[in-house]
Ligand binder design. Sequence first.
Ligand code: PRX
Length: 649
Amino acid sequence: MESESITSVLKEKRIFKPNKGFVREAVIKSRAEYQRLCKQAEKDPEGFWGNLARELVWAKPWKKILEWKLPYAKWFVGGKINVSYNCLDRHLATFRKNKAALIWEGEPGDSRTLTFQDLHREVCKFGNVLKNLGVAKGDRVAIYLPMIPELPIAMLACARIGAIHSVIFGGFSALAVRDRVNDAGAVLVITADGGFRKGAVVTLKEKVDEALKETPSAQKTIVVKRTKSDIVMQKGRDFWWHDLMVGASDKCNAEPLDSEHPLFTLYTSGTTGKPKGVVHSTAGYLLGAMITARWVFDLSEIDTYWCTADIGWVTGHSYVLYGILANGVTSVMYEGAPTYPAPDRIWEIVEKYKVNVFYTAPTAIRALIKLGKEWPLRHDLSSLRLLGTVGEPINPEAWIWYHEVIGKKRCPIVDTWWQTETGAIMITPLPGAIPTKPGSATLPFPGISADVVDRNGKSVPLGSGGYLVMKKPWPSMLRGVWGDSERYQKQYWSDIPGMYFTGDGARRDKDGYFWVMGRVDDVINVAGHRLGTMEIESALVSHPLVAEAAVVGCPDEIKGTGIVAFVTLALGNPPGDKLKDVLKAHVAKEIGQIARPDEIRFAENLPKTRSGKIMRRLLRDIAAGQETVGDTTTLEDYTVLAKLRQEED
Ligand code: PRX
C-alpha cells in the first residue's frame, strides 16, 4: 500500500455536511434513515433486496430470492425479466413517454435528443436487425463504437432479444479487439466508420478489419456512418447500420429472460497477462444499478444527469445507461474530448443542458484544475446540485477544488467506490444523509457488507490498514469470468477464505469511514482505468528485441499513476531513444493508447529474489525517484539496484 497516500489522508480532518435545502428534498434524508436501511438489510438481506426488486416489471415472478453456494450466487431464482423492457417500455405508459431519455452531444457540436419513445423505437428496430442477421438469444455481440446514440441502442437491443453484449472501449487496439472477440466467441461486431476526438477522426473499422482476419466466430459487422471517412466495406460481410434499419420493423418482443441470464460481459485487467471477461446477470445487475443510481445520485424526475464516462467502461454501462434509464431519468451523453475545442467544453455542456447531477473521475478533475478556474467561471453552473467521482481515490486538494469552484460549496460530493466486478456502487455517501470527508468514500451502501480484514479474514481494528472485502453476496455481483470458472474462484475467493477480495487495500477511521488506498496486487490504476502490469509486460516481451520487462506505476500529477517500464534487451541490441519510441508504439499497438508507457528504462538486469521473482517494490521506488525503503535482503544481486539508479542520472 502506498504509504504516502496513507499519510496524506490521515491528515485529512475536514467534514462537510449536506446543506439543509439539499436534505429537505433528498431521497434519503438522514443518517437515521440510512441506518434503518442498513439494519433491515442486515437482519433480512433477502427481504431487503426482494422488496426493492418488486418495483421492477417481471415477466414471471421469482421463486427464491437468493441461492448462495460460495462463491456462486443466484438471485431471484426462477424469475423472468427483461432489462430493455424495464428501461424503456414500462415508462411508455406514463408521462415519461415523451421525456428525453438520452441527450446526446457530438464533439463537432451536433446533438440529438431521444425520448423514451424514440429510443424504444430504435431499440426495437435494431433488435430486429440483429435477429435478421441470425443473432439469437445467448449469442455474444461485440460492440466497438464511439460515444454515439447507436451504442446504447445496440446494447439495449441485445438486452431485448437476450444476446449478450460485450462492449470494447474505442481506445483499444485491433489486437485487443481480436482477443476479446475470440474470448467471448462473439458472432458479430458492431462498429463505426470512426468517431470524433480532439477534432480528429478516431478510426475503428480499420481495426475491426484487422481483427476479423483472426476471429473465426465473428464474420459479420454492422457499421454506423458517423464521420463519413473512407473505409472499405466488404460485400456480404459488412453492412451499413442505416441500410439495415430502413426495412426493420419497430415491433420487437422483449424476450422474458431468466434472472440469471447474462446481460453482458466486460473485459477488465487482472494480475495475469490476459484480461478477463467479467460476466453480469440480468435481474440482480439491473436492481443494483437502478437502486444505487437513485439513492447515490439522489435522482428525481426532473433531473438532467450527466456521467462523463465512456460506455466502454463499467461506469458507462451502469451509470450512463442502465441505472439511469431504469429510473426514467434523462441521461446526457457526450462523444468527444472534455477540452475540445476549448478547455471549457464540459462546463459549456453543463450550462447548455442545465445539468443537475454530474459524475466524473478524479483524473478529469485534476486535468481541469490545471487548465485554470477561469474556464468554469465563465459559465453559469447554478443548475448543479450534486457532484460525484469514481475510479480512483480523490486527493483532498482536487476534492476541495471540485467542491468550491464547481459546486460553489453548495453541492454535496459523492465519492463512489466500486469495480467492474461489483456492477454497482458499493461504498459511498448517500448525499442527504452522510457527511463527507475529502478523500473518503465514507460508508457502505445499505445491504453491502464491506469490511477491512487481515489475511485470515479477521476484521482489523479501526485505524489500521488491511484488505477490502465483501462478506456477503449482493445482487449486482459478477457471476463469473467468461469461460474460466477456475479463475473466478482463484482471483476473487481464494486470498481471503470465504470472502470476496477486491484487490484493494483500505483503512477505516474512528467513525467507521472507509479510506481506499489503492490496489495491493499487480494492477495499476491509470487515469481511472485499470491496467494489469503483466498485460503490459507481455506486450513488451512480444517485441523481438525485448528479453524481459517489468512494469510499475509511478505517481503522476494528472493520471494519478503513470506507467514506467523497465526493459532488458535481448543480447547484442543497443538501447537508445529511438527504440524507446518503438517499444511505446508497440504496446499501444498491442493493447491500445491507454497502456502506452510514459517512460521506458533500459536495464541490464532486473532486481529479483533468489527464486526469480521480480521485486517490483524496489522498481516502484526507483521509478518514483525515492530511496529504497524496506527489506532488500531477499534480493539476489545487489549491484542491480545501483546500476538501475545510475541509469537515472
Ligand atoms: O482500486 C479501486 C479503484 O478502481 C478499481 C476498480 O476499477 P474498475 O473495475 O476499472 O472500475 C472503475 C469504475 C467503477 C478499484 O478496485 N476505485 C474505483 N473507485 C474508487 C477507487 N478507488 C478509490 N476510491 C474510489 N472512489
